[in-house]
Design a binder for this molecule. Structure first.
Ligand SMILES: *Cc1c(COP(=O)(O)O)cnc(C)c1O
Length: 355
């Protein structure tokens, strides 16, 4: 595909202290933009200096939440190469989200080529310290300049990049999770499996309440029976119960995480029994009480693995593995980050070399 590149005349100062990067606060010098309308399809693919984007005040994104996104990272590999992790998975998921929200889809090869081109141009922004990376945020939003409610016909696809710090700068600390019994994140038939901004807007209230009570995140239950476990915060969730690894099955209200999928594949290759099935809070707490709940952890691109040390539901509290990270969570973390940073063998070819 044809991408025009306009380089910035005012390159920014790159951050010097890589311990203070945080998450998503600093942006690189350039961004990618491309527009869609039904007559021309996707057109005007361009890399331009990072800046504000002019958007018509009537745009569908503002009024009807027409927005989808992806989240992925580029890493510096052990031999100096730049690596992205399974980018075709993100391309496919972005198109599944687009289909659900009636936004235009993008050819998967074009999606990866766009990221390759932008990341290569911005490669000096990828931090060097252990655990750091360049976070990549592709997103599509509806742009129709009128207020009538109907499927989007005009849209923009954009990609921005942000150097991010090590998620576990102070070591992997297990988190305290509150099981949410009031708000729900998604329902079957809704948009739970799509990565769309609206899902996040609707989940903020529960997260805020949990934080005020000293919890890191909420564990979401299904929206119909308020009984089956779905996700934790914006991560997928896994439990080790009596030797079996259990993770909620993809019923339509659960986001199909690429970290989740990779963990399942790694665990099965190691001969663990992994069940994608319904798991009720009652079953979970019975396991916590009779001592068969061995481990719990969340999975997602940002943290990779986030061990859960404490679970709270209504007036009950449970500790998992004495509030410490367990051996399976630790093994998954080491294995996945080892592959992502090019330090461990990559038998399934998950690493995509950018340059
Ligand atoms: C992005 C996301 C995840 C994790 O997906 P990964 O591909 O592993 O990063 C899980 N749950 C929700 C709600 C998400 O938005």
């Amino acid at each position: 595909m044809q991408i025009t590149v306009t380089k910035t005349q005012n390159p920014k100062q790159k951050p010097t202290d890589e311990t203070k990067l945080g998450f998503g606060r600093i942006f690189t010098d350039h961004m990618f933009l491309m527009d869609y309308d039904p007559q021309q399809g996707w057109h005007d693919a361009r890399i331009v200096p990072f800046d504000y984007i002019p958007v018509h005040p009537a745009s569908t994104v503002f009024h009807y939440g027409a927005e989808i996104f992806e989240g992925m990272k580029a890493y510096r590999g052990a031999n100096g190469q730049i690596i992205m992790f399974r980018p075709y998975e993100n391309a496919r998921r972005m198109n599944d989200s687009a289909e659900r929200l009636c936004l235009p889809q993008i050819d998967e090869n074009d999606f990866v080529e766009i990221l390759d081109t932008l990341v290569e141009l911005e490669k000096d922004w990828i931090p060097h310290s252990e655990g750091t990376s360049l976070y990549i945020r592709p997103f599509t939003y509806g742009n129709d300049p009128h207020l009538g409610v109907h499927a989007v016909s005009q849209a923009t696809f954009a990609v921005i990049c942000s150097p991010v710090g090590a998620y576990y700068a102070e070591g992997i600390n297990p988190v305290k999770i509150a099981i949410e019994s009031q708000d729900v994140r998604a329902v079957r038939g809704g948009t739970g499996y799509a990565k769309c901004g609206g899902n996040y807007a609707a989940s903020l209230r529960a997260g805020q309440r949990a934080e005020a009570k000293g919890f890191t995140q909420v564990l979401w239950l299904d929206g119909v029976e308020r009984k089956y476990i779905e996700e934790v915060g914006s991560m997928n969730v896994m439990f080790k119960i009596g030797g079996e690894i259990v993770t909620p099955k993809l019923t339509g209200s659960v986001l199909p995480g690429i970290t989740r999928k990779s963990c399942i594949e790694l665990l099965r290759a190691k001969d663990y029994t992994v069940s994608e099935r319904l798991l009720s809070v009652d079953e979970l707490f019975a396991a916590a009480q009779n001592g068969t709940l061995e481990e719990a952890w969340g999975t997602g691109t940002a943290a990779v693995i986030s061990p859960i040390g404490w679970l709270s539901y209504q007036d009950k509290e449970y500790t998992v593995n004495g509030g410490a990270i367990g051996p399976v969570a630790q093994w998954l973390y080491d294995e996945l980050t080892g592959i992502q940073w090019g330090k461990r063998p990559d038998p399934a070819d998950w690493c995509h070399t950018v340059c």
